[in-house]
Design a protein around this ligand. Structure first.
Ligand SMILES: [Zn+2]
Length: 67
């Protein structure tokens, strides 16, 4: 496979569906928002997040999901 190691820039919780993105400027994860600034998926604040980061995640599924 490709030898290039890519730093994950997005992670999704497999339990509650929360989506966060990596913000390099602050070095922290923050809640992902769409182009209009609305949270994509807040998830549950009580969830023990299980982040799906395995290097094969898709960046975004596109705009077709929420019609
Ligand atoms: Zn969660």
């Amino acid at each position: 496979m490709a030898p290039t190691l890519r730093t994950p820039s997005e992670r999704t919780c497999e339990r509650c569906g929360r989506v966060e993105v990596w913000e390099e400027s602050t070095g922290t994860w923050r809640l992902a928002v769409d182009e209009s600034g609305d949270p994509q998926a807040v998830g549950s604040p009580y969830c023990i997040h299980e982040w799906d980061i395995n290097g094969s995640f898709a960046p975004f599924e596109g705009d077709a999901a929420e019609a």
